[in-house]
Design a protein around this ligand. Structure first.
Ligand code: B12
Length: 196
């Protein structure tokens, strides 16, 4: 609880982008390296995951965002992917900018993401991979085809070297949040000005 509260305090004081780059991400990387070197500390990884995830959810819930509805932003971990903390960070950072986003969670089938994107006329999607997964790369074609104006973003080291349909690779949290905010704002503008 002390860790969770300290992260919430850092998110409130410094904002998600700074807290992620200066506090949360370095701790995650170092916990991962410790596990890789020693094979130990998996319980720390699990506890830290709970604390960090809950902190992002608490922080986002405190912020006044637009209700999540059609034309918003979707995020998901790939079909085999358990790692989604970066997506919780992205959702919190988007909430700070008033941008509504839905997180579909870990291990999301690409067909399910495509269906959700089509039904909600999503402005943008972000698919995260920490670990390489060719089935995610193949499934991205279905997501790409969900609807014509969908902005398709991919993020995380798992995409390295995987061939995909055209999609924009995000290199950082700030990068992905800027692109998703832009996709959402463009859609809001065109929804007000004309038919989709
Ligand atoms: C927390 C964690 C877990 C948690 C995940 C919980 C959750 N809900 O997310 C649990 C305990 C479940 C877990 C499980 C496993 N994990 Co794990 N895990 C991690 C850990 C510590 C953090 C993951 C994370 O959030 N990364 C986010 C940031 C920190 O990643 P990053 O690589 O620094 O980001 C880069 C870019 O993506 C970009 N970037 C940074 N931030 C952002 C934000 C956005 C939005 C974008 C677009 C880009 C971006 O900049 C960075 C530099 O290039 C990592 C260590 C690590 N370095 O990532 C290991 C790590 C990813 N796990 C690893 C492994 C091996 C596993 C397991 C296979 C272990 C096992 N044997 O069961 C399983 C995998 C299960 C699965 N099928 O997915 C390895 C993967 C190695 C590999 N490439 O194959 C890592 C790298 C640990 C290590 N050093 O070996 N894990």
């Amino acid at each position: 609880m002390a860790v969770e509260d300290s992260i919430v305090a850092a998110l409130r004081e410094r904002g998600t982008l700074v807290a992620w780059e200066e506090i949360v991400r370095p701790v995650l990387v170092s916990v991962g390296e410790h596990w890789q070197r020693s094979g130990a500390g998996i319980e720390i990884e699990h506890l830290l995951t709970q604390a960090v995830t809950t902190a992002f959810v608490r922080h986002a819930a405190e912020l006044p965002t637009e209700p999540v509805q059609d034309n918003s932003v979707l995020m998901a971990g790939g079909p085999q992917e358990e790692h989604i903390i970066a997506l919780h960070a992205a959702r919190a950072a988007l909430a700070e900018r008033g941008v509504p986003a839905r997180l579909l969670g870990p291990r999301t089938p690409m067909t399910a993401l495509a269906t959700a994107a089509r039904r909600t006329r999503a402005a943008g999607v972000l698919v995260w991979l920490s670990i390489p997964d060719p089935s995610a790369a193949q499934g991205l074609a279905t997501v790409r085809a969900a609807h014509r104006r969908l902005v398709v973003l991919i993020g995380g080291p798992g995409w390295d070297g995987l061939p995909t349909v055209p999609a924009t690779r995000c290199e950082s949290l700030a990068d992905s949040v800027n692109l998703l905010e832009q996709a959402w704002a463009d859609r809001q503008g065109s929804a007000r000005g004309s038919v989709d």
